[in-house]
Ligand binder design. Structure first.
Ligand SMILES: [Zn+2]
Length: 256
């Protein structure tokens, strides 16, 4: 693989040292920090950055939540309208915009699933389009929105759907089948265990991803194929997890 491809992969993984640090503060002319001037403390204009960069974080998925939270509250305080009461209307507007950016960034990064989805988006995965295609297909065919059944669940899902269908029918006729219900409860337990296990699987893909980022940070070679393989594995875990969640909902609906 040509050298340029290695560099390309590394560039996607490593947060470039914040360009904003090299820009002069609009007020005092000194070098400015990401959100506030380190010299005069004035708020700086919002920049269109991704949420990791907003917090000065590397593109890693193992994240110290307590640290993120502290950073969030510290920035919130600084950007609060009361603190900025004496500033110009323009600075107040910047604070407001940054505040909203801060809230979005914090909400997205603190949740393990939305953090993973966000990173996948940054990595070029179009999660919305996948979901949009499924919605359009459902509208077109008049059937419930369907997800592709994960291959390892195929047999199980087939049987389960037949049992669910039977249980729904029984319910409609007012003739509940106690043994079928017990069996469904048992299956539900197994599905729940599988669903809970998905987080462990997700965390292991996180570690593989973070190792890649660390290698890139240290100037090591990262092959695009490796990056894409881990990225797609993460996507696969998320898809199977969401499939299991929908399945659990289906069972709950029948059992309630
Ligand atoms: Zn300044």
């Amino acid at each position: 693989m040509p050298q340029s491809d290695h560099q390309h992969a590394a560039a996607i993984l490593v947060v470039s040292p914040s360009k904003s640090t090299k820009v002069n503060c609009w007020s005092c002319g000194d070098m400015r920090a990401a959100h506030f001037c380190q010299q005069c403390g004035k708020v700086q204009p919002p920049a269109p950055v991704d949420y990791f960069t907003f917090f000065g974080l590397p593109y890693k998925l193992n994240l110290e939540i307590a640290k993120l939270e502290r950073e969030f509250y510290a920035l919130s305080r600084h950007l609060h309208p009361d603190v900025n009461a004496i500033s110009t209307p323009e600075e107040q507007q910047w604070s407001l915009e940054k505040s909203s950016q801060l809230n979005d960034a914090y909400r997205t990064l603190k949740d393990p699933i939305s953090r993973t989805e966000y990173l996948l988006r940054l990595q070029g995965v179009r999660l919305e389009e996948q979901s949009k295609a499924a919605t359009e297909e459902a509208r077109r065919t008049g059937q419930a929105k369907k997800q592709v059944v994960p291959p390892d669940l195929l047999e199980e899902v087939f049987e389960l759907n037949m049992q669910l269908e039977e249980a729904r029918m029984n319910k409609k006729m007012g003739e509940p089948d106690r043994s079928l219900e017990l069996e469904l409860q048992d299956r539900r337990k197994q599905l729940q265990a599988k669903y809970d296990g998905m987080m462990t699987e997700l965390y292991s893909t996180w570690s593989a991803w973070d190792a890649l980022v660390e290698r890139a940070e240290q100037g090591g070679i990262v092959l695009d194929d490796d990056r894409i393989a881990i990225r797609d594995k993460m996507l696969d875990v998320l898809n199977r997890r969401s499939y299991l969640r929908n399945l659990l909902q289906d069972v709950d609906e029948v059992l309630e």
